[in-house]
Design a protein around this ligand. Structure first.
Ligand SMILES: NC(=O)c1ccc[n+]([C@@H]2O[C@H](COP(=O)([O-])OP(=O)(O)OC[C@H]3O[C@@H](n4cnc5c(N)ncnc54)[C@H](OP(=O)(O)O)[C@@H]3O)[C@@H](O)[C@H]2O)c1
Length: 275
């Protein structure tokens, strides 16, 4: 497959994580020639040094010299950044955005209507190749366009494609999800300390138990309830632990967390529109 030029607008935390992930993966490194921009000259020079790629502050030049543009600025910066370079886009280009809550219709309008538009919601475990990225294409994007978009994220973890109407829910689940999981790891680790384990050991037990159990779900493909039943011996210890979790309403609390974050994602979009 021939090399393609990927221009990353906004080499901040996520932009840099994606660039570094592509550089680490053999397939990604062969496929993409990377370049990027930031807002200030200082951060551009630092990103260029860390990644060993061209990085400046001229978004127009980046758009002119790229096949695919990956927009990684903060959501409230997306409109002004795109409007400023709308004239530089070409119809055969793909604009891929990871900005939370910004729709493909907004991206299409702000970029002048020329490029094909795909929206993606990655999460921070992309940093270590264990990410979850969900993509959604604007009307008119063909299979090849979506495949190009996907191929940026496959070296960084798992990918899925959904209808755009589901993207706020995706943000609430896998986009924000790492924060919920860190809270759970922290709580289990505290429990370990409470039963007398050294903190470092307690955190290892908590994190590896979560990672291993999640891998069981992914690899065995069974319903999580069936795997839970496997661990739960009649009159054993686990059922007592599960009863405590039910009493504390863990399930409904997690469901509410995802709904609250999804609602916020919708509100953010309203706030963007109202500007
Ligand atoms: N963090 C997450 O878990 C996560 C998950 C999924 C999606 N996202 C999305 O990822 C996006 C980026 O988030 P982040 O946490 O990576 O933010 P960040 O670290 O603040 O990075 C933003 C980057 O955009 C650059 N920038 C600002 N204005 C620019 C301009 N006019 N031209 C070029 N670059 C410009 C900034 O440059 P300077 O450093 O010079 O200001 C910075 O490098 C957000 O839209 C967010 O919704 C984040």
């Amino acid at each position: 497959m021939s090399e393609m030029r990927l221009g990353i607008i906004g080499l901040g935390k996520m932009g840099e994580a994606i660039a570094a992930g592509l550089q680490r993966s053999e397939k990604g490194a062969k496929r993409w020639r990377l370049a990027g921009t930031t807002h200030s000259k200082g951060s551009a020079a630092e990103a260029a040094k860390r990644l060993g790629i061209a990085c400046g502050i001229d978004n127009g030049k980046l758009v002119a010299e790229s096949d695919i543009l990956l927009l990684c600025v903060k959501p409230h910066q997306a409109e002004s950044v795109l409007r400023a370079v709308a004239g530089q886009f070409r119809p055969e280009q793909l604009l891929l955005s990871i900005c939370a809550s910004i729709t493909t219709a907004q991206l299409k309008e702000w970029s002048g209507g020329k490029p094909h538009v795909v929206r993606a919601m990655p999460n921070t475990p992309c940093l270590i190749g264990e990410g979850m990225t969900v993509l959604s294409a604007a009307p008119g994007v063909n299979e090849a366009g979506l495949e190009h978009a996907k191929s940026i994220f496959t070296p960084l973890g798992e990918t899925a494609v959904v209808e755009e109407s589901l993207m706020d829910g995706v943000t609430g689940l896998s986009g924000c999800g790492p924060a919920y999981v860190y809270l759970i790891v922290e709580a289990l680790s505290e429990a370990g300390v409470k039963v007398g384990l050294p903190r470092k050991v307690a955190t290892l037990l908590a994190a590896q138990t979560l990672a291993g159990s999640a891998r069981m779900v992914l690899e065995r493909g069974e319903h999580p309830a069936a795997l839970k039943d496997e661990v739960t011996t009649p009159a054993g210890c686990t059922i007592d632990g599960l009863m405590a979790l039910e009493e504390g309403k863990l399930r409904v609390t997690l469901i509410k967390a995802v709904l609250a974050a999804a609602k916020r994602s919708r509100t953010l979009r309203g706030a963007e529109k109202g500007k």
